[in-house]
Write a protein that binds this ligand. Structure first.
Ligand SMILES: [Zn+2]
Length: 82
């Protein structure tokens, strides 16, 4: 997966999580905190792998990021085929 595209997706997902967190309620805070923790565990490494899933990221986003992309940014730019 293209590194620039991965960074753009990363920024977009985290921006959307910030939006979802507003207004702050115990539920939204817990939910977005859980997503951030999960996504951080599945960060892309410098070599292009997923920290948790390994080098599969290089060709396709790992399932965690695919799920985040599908649910949070699917109405915007398409990342899945990139
Ligand atoms: Zn992963």
């Amino acid at each position: 997966m293209d590194h620039v595209l991965a960074n753009a997706l990363h920024e977009r997902v985290f921006a959307i999580l910030n939006q979802l967190e507003s207004p702050h309620t115990p539920e939204t805070t817990r939910l977005t905190a859980a997503w951030r923790a999960l996504l951080n565990l599945h960060e892309q490494t410098d070599s292009g792998s997923c920290k948790a899933c390994g080098p599969r990221w290089r060709k396709h986003m790992c399932s965690v990021w695919r799920t985040a992309a599908n649910h949070f940014v699917r109405h915007e730019r398409r990342y899945s085929g990139a």
